[in-house]
Structures are given as C-alpha cells and as structure tokens.
Design a binder for this molecule. Structure first.
Ligand code: NAP
Length: 316
C-alpha cells in the first residue's frame, strides 16, 4: 500500500489551506476532495457572493473562490484525489485511509470534512426550486444580498443561531420573523430577550412554513400554526434555515474522540485530536464560528501542527 507523509480529507477552505501550507513545507500532501459527498470546495460551492472574506473588496463568488484555493494548492504540488473517503483506521500508525478507489497509508492526517447546514424538505425550498433564490441556510453569508433589502424575511429555528441570524438580518430586511415550532425558544435567555425586545423582530410561535412560493425568487410563504391549524400566507423576500449544522464525521465513529454533538474534539486553541498525528481543522471541529476565514485559519494551524509533529517523529 502506498504510504504518504500527510493526507488531508476535505476540500473546503480548511482542507485547501492546510494543503497550501503543507505543500510549501515539502510534506507532499495528498488531499481527498470528495466526489459523491458533494462538490469539491464544500459549503462555499452553494453560496453566491462572499463579501466577508478579507482581500476581496468587491466580493467573490463562493465557487470561484474555491477554484482559486484549489489552484493554489495544486500550484505547490498537492496531489488531489476526486473521491470520497469511506473509512479510516486510526488505531495504529501508519494510519489507513480507504477511498472509493484507493487505499493509502498516512504518517499524519488532517481531518477537514466540514459540516452541512441542516435543511427541511419544505416544498419550494429544494434544489432546483427556490434554494439559493431567496432560500438559504446562512444569513451571515447571504443576508446582505440585494434581494433581501427591505423585504420581510423568515428565519426558521428557535436556537441561538436563529436569534443571531434574525438580529443580523434586521440590518437589511424590513421585518424579520422567527418561525419556531414550539412556544419557547431554545436560545439562551440573553439572546431570546434580545429577539423578543427587537422592534424589527416578530416571533411566530408554534409555527411552521408549509410552502415557499415564488416565480424566480421567493415571494411568499405559507405558514401553519401547529396549535390552531390556522394557515396564513405572508409576503416574503427570503427564508433562512437556522436549525443547526451536522458535522461530516460519520466515517470517524469509534476512530477519534467526538463531542456529544458529533464534532471532533480538539485540544483547546489547537488542532490536535485524541489521536496523536491526527489533526482537525475547519467546521468539522468548530460549531461556533463556522466562517470561511476561520476555517482557513485553522487549516493553516493544522498544517503547522502536522509539520511540527512529523519532524519530531523523524528526529526521535
Ligand atoms: P440548536 O441549538 O440545536 O437549535 C436548533 C433549533 O432548530 C431549535 O430551536 C430546534 O427546535 C429547531 N429545529 C431543529 N430541527 C427542526 C425541525 N425539523 N423543524 C423545525 N425546527 C427545528 O442549533 P443552533 O442554534 O445552530 O446552535 C448550535 C450551538 O451553537 C448551540 O450550542 C448554540 O448555543 C451555539 N451558538 C451560540 C451562539 C452565540 O452564543 N452567539 C450563536 C449561534 C450558535 P426545538 O427548540 O424545538 O428543538
């Protein structure tokens, strides 16, 4: 079996940044970019303009940005494999990585498989319908887009993310509705109070969106009160899912320590996982910040940590 010094799993900002740093440090990284699991580039492939990544004053399209990350990783000699990793064996070194077509050994490993925002299967919100045409799962990424300006916006969820995103959206929307399936918010008290007191936010309790309607972009939502069964139609310019994220860690069960919420447990302030020689970067180990720039930063940290660890192994 072919043995690599460093294998990186994941092709978002974390994975590619790790690859750029590792390749420049002569670690000759091999990066699995995925295939059926989603497009190379991760969550940014499903966004439009990225306007909060420093260095792009006019903004840049998410897919274009990831194409540039990928090119930069290739430029310094990263080997990219377009396949999914099906399983890993981390109980002994060298580690084993089993992909769709390949099986490789790795002296060190960086896990950067990201997370996906959860969505609900509401008619009108699916891919090919109004997804990314007013329906998104990231207010911070997409909320400032012109289509949401001075419109009534709907955030689905009742946790801290829903409240935070609703507050963020008040900068752009005419009014922001939080659509929550229960009559009490899950969000922390301080956040819940902020939402309740905000003059531009209204919470629709015990409510669900049954359908999102629009020709080319979102135009209205059909709401249902779960207690009274009353159905209501409201004008809408945007619908934002804020019902949590799922880290892509299914293939890591029983291999590396995961937190109860499924994210990889890393040493505070670093990227070291519970297994020596295995590092984690990006959203797969971060349920709080989840930004492209923080993911890229932790990808850099993981590559530096891996480099240091590998050189300590060599000189031992
Ligand atoms: P979360 O706390 O898990 O909340 C998810 C919300 O979505 C819940 O209100 C839940 O409703 C709702 N939901 C889930 N599935 C649903 C479905 N099928 N239909 C309708 N509603 C559904 O997730 P989060 O808000 O993303 O927060 C994740 C973690 O990050 C939390 O620990 C949070 O405190 C933290 N966070 C902190 C901050 C901050 O401090 N500034 C900001 C963001 C996130 P139920 O309540 O009925 O279950």
């Amino acid at each position: 079996m072919d043995k690599k010094k460093l294998i990186i799993i994941g092709s978002g900002p974390a994975g590619f940044t790790a690859a750029i740093y590792a390749a420049r440090a002569n670690l000759f990284p091999t990066l699995y970019e995925g295939f059926l699991s989603g497009p190379s580039g991760g969550q940014l492939m499903t966004t439009t303009d990225v306007e909060n990544y420093p260095g792009f004053p006019q903004g840049i399209l998410g897919p274009k940005m990831m194409e540039e990350f990928r090119k930069q990783a290739l430029r310094f000699g990263t080997t990219i494999l377009t396949e999914d990793v099906l399983s890993v064996e981390l109980s002994k070194r060298p580690f084993i990585v089993k992909g769709g077509n390949t099986q490789l050994q790795a002296e060190a490993l960086i896990l950067a498989t990201g997370a996906n925002a959860k969505r609900l299967d509401i008619p009108g919100t699916r891919d090919g319908e109004l997804w990314q045409k007013g329906v998104t799962a990231c207010a911070v990424c997409d909320g400032a887009a012109p289509i949401f300006r001075n419109k009534d916006l709907f955030v689905i969820g009742g946790g801290d993310s829903a409240v935070e995103e609703a507050i963020f959206l008040t900068k752009y929307g005419k009014k922001v509705y939080i659509v929550h399936r229960r009559d009490v918010l899950r969000a922390s008290k301080i956040m819940a109070d902020r939402a309740k007191k905000h003059s531009k936010i209204e919470i629709l309790w015990d409510a669900v969106i049954e359908k999102v309607v629009g020709d080319k972009v979102v135009e209205s939502v059909i709401l249902k009160n779960l207690k009274t069964n009353q159905v209501d139609i409201k004008e809408a310019g945007g619908v934002f899912f804020a019902i949590g994220h799922s880290p892509n860690t299914q293939f890591l069960q029983n291999q590396v320590k995961l937190l109860p919420n499924g994210y990889i447990d890393v040493k505070p302030g670093g990227t070291q996982t519970s297994i020596e020689g295995v590092f984690a970067a990006g959203d797969v180990q971060d349920h709080l910040y989840r930004q492209a720039v923080t993911a890229a930063g932790s990808g850099c940290m993981a590559a530096l940590d891996a480099e240091k660890w590998l050189s300590a192994q060599e000189s031992a």
